[in-house]
Design a protein around this ligand. Structure first.
Ligand SMILES: *Cc1c(COP(=O)(O)O)cnc(C)c1O
Length: 378
C-alpha cells in the first residue's frame, strides 16, 4: 500500500471541504443562489489579488486568461516587452506573436531574475512600447521576479504592466494595486487550492482604457462582455458552477487564515525547503528563489527523470521535473496551497532516500533535520 502525495506546482491538493462542497446536487447558474456565492467569490478574489479593481473569472485553464490579456489590451502591430527567462515567459511571447504583436524579448538566463533596469532602458529606447509582460514566479525555474520594482519603472510610462501570477498568487506577495500591476492573471489549481478549470484576470483603469482601443479578435474571452456581466454578478456564458463552489470554500479558508499569514506560511515552508536542500549537499537552481516552488539541481551522475519516476513509484509522491532544456536537470518541490510542515518534510525525506539509491550519497536525515530546525523557529 502506498499513499499518494501531490507536491507539484499545479494542480495542487484540494482541501476535503472544498471537494465535498462540489458534491452537492447541481443547481442553475441564473439564480439568486449562484449570484450570492459568486458575489462572495468576487470579493474574495479582490482580497487575494490585493486590489479594488474588478477580477474576472473564466472557465478555462490559466493560459486562457493569458491569451485574453493579450487579445483585449493590444492591437496587431503593437510592440511589447516580454521578460523571457523560462517556459512561461516564453508563453507570453508566443501568445503575442500568434496575435501579430511585435515582441521585444528581454532574455534572462534560466535561473536568474530580470534586472528592472533592463526594462527601464528598453522603455527609454522605445517610447512606443504598449505593454510589459512579466511572470511573478517563473514556475519552470522557481525564480521570483521583483514586480514591485518593475511596476515603479513602468508606471511613469504609457505602457501597461501585465503579470502572470498563475502559480504565485497566495504564495509570493502580489500587491496588484500598490505595485501598479494593470493586468494580473491567476488560475484555480495552484495557490487557490481548487481543481483546475478556472482562470482569473484583474483589470486596472488603465487596462480598461486599453480595452477600448484594442482591435485584436476575441469572442469567449471578451473582457468587455465579462465586465458588463460582472457588474450584475453574472458571467456571459455558463460558469463552471462546481468549481466556483469549491473556490468559495477555499477563499473562505484563506480569508480566515488571512492573506498575510498564508504568505508567511509559504515563506516559512520555502525557507525550510531551501535549508533542507542545502543541508543535503544539493544545489538550489534559482538565484532568486520563490516561495511558491523550490528547484533543486540534480547532482551530476543522477538522471532527474529517473529520480522523479522513483519518487512516484517507490514513495507515491509527485514532484515536478524540469521542463524543456531543464528536463532531467532539476526537480521541483511545490510547497503551494494546501500544504503544511509535515507535507514539506514528507517531500524532503524521500528525496534523500531516492537520490542515495540512484548512487549519489546523502546523509539520511540531514535535509529533514535542517528543515525541522527552520520550522521549529516558528
Ligand atoms: C501553471 C502555470 C501556467 C499555466 O497554466 P495552465 O492552467 O496550465 O494554463 C502559466 N504560468 C505559470 C507561471 C504557471 O505556473
Amino acid at each position: 500500500m502506498k499513499k499518494k502525495r501531490l507536491m507539484a506546482p499545479g494542480p495542487t491538493p484540494v482541501p476535503p471541504e472544498s471537494l465535498l462542497a462540489m458534491a452537492q446536487p447541481a443547481f442553475h447558474h441564473r439564480t439568486a443562489t449562484f449570484k450570492e456565492l459568486f458575489g462572495e467569490v468576487n470579493q474574495g478574489l479582490k482580497y487575494v489579488f490585493q486590489t479594488t479593481n474588478p477580477v474576472l473569472t473564466f472557465a478555462s485553464s490559466g493560459t486562457g486568461a493569458m491569451e485574453g490579456a493579450v487579445a483585449n489590451t493590444l492591437c496587431a502591430g503593437d510592440t511589447v516587452l516580454v521578460v523571457r527567462g523560462g517556459k512561461f515567459g516564453e508563453r507570453w511571447a508566443e501568445i503575442c506573436e500568434s496575435y501579430g504583436v511585435n515582441v521585444v524579448p528581454i532574455d534572462v538566463e534560466w535561473g536568474d531574475a530580470v534586472e528592472p533596469n533592463k526594462i527601464a532602458d528598453e522603455l527609454k529606447k522605445n517610447r512606443d512600447i504598449k505593454a510589459v509582460f512579466a511572470t511573478l514566479c517563473e514556475t519552470s525555474t522557481a525564480v521570483l521576479t521583483d514586480i514591485g520594482a518593475i511596476g515603479a519603472v513602468v508606471r511613469d510610462t504609457d505602457a501597461l504592466l501585465i503579470v502572470d501570477a498563475i502559480s504565485a498568487l497566495c504564495a509570493d506577495d502580489l500587491r496588484t494595486d500598490d505595485w501598479g500591476v494593470d493586468v494580473a492573471v491567476a488560475g484555480s489549481q495552484k495557490g487557490l487550492m481548487t481543481p483546475p478549470g478556472l482562470a482569473f484576470v484583474s483589470l486596472s483603469d488603465r487596462a480598461r482604457k486599453a480595452m477600448e482601443r484594442s482591435t485584436l479578435p476575441k469572442y469567449y474571452f471578451s473582457f468587455r462582455k465579462a465586465l458588463a456581466s460582472l457588474e450584475k454578478t453574472d458571467t456571459p456564458y455558463t460558469p463552471a458552477v462546481p468549481l466556483v463552489v469549491a473556490l468559495l470554500n477555499s477563499l473562505r479558508m484563506i480569508r480566515q487564515e488571512t492573506i498575510e499569514s498564508v504568505l508567511e506560511r509559504h515563506g516559512r515552508l520555502a525557507r525550510a525547503a531551501r535549508a533542507g536542500v542545502e543541508a543535503m549537499g544539493l544545489e538550489l537552481f534559482s538565484r532568486s528563489p520563490a516561495n511558491t516552488v523550490t528547484a533543486i539541481t540534480v547532482p551530476a551522475g543522477v538522471d532527474g527523470v529517473k529520480l522523479i519516476g522513483a519518487l512516484e513509484k517507490e514513495y507515491g509522491i509527485t514532484l515536478a521535473g524540469g521542463q524543456e532544456k531543464l528536463k532531467g536537470k532539476i526537480i521541483r518541490i511545490a510547497h503551494l496551497g494546501y500544504c503544511d510542515d509535515l507535507d514539506l518534510l514528507s517531500a524532503l525525506a524521500p528525496i534523500e532516500m531516492a537520490v542515495n539509491k540512484l548512487g549519489h550519497p546523502i546523509e539520511l536525515g540531514a535535509g529533514v533535520a535542517a528543515a525541522e530546525r527552520v520550522l521549529a523557529e516558528g
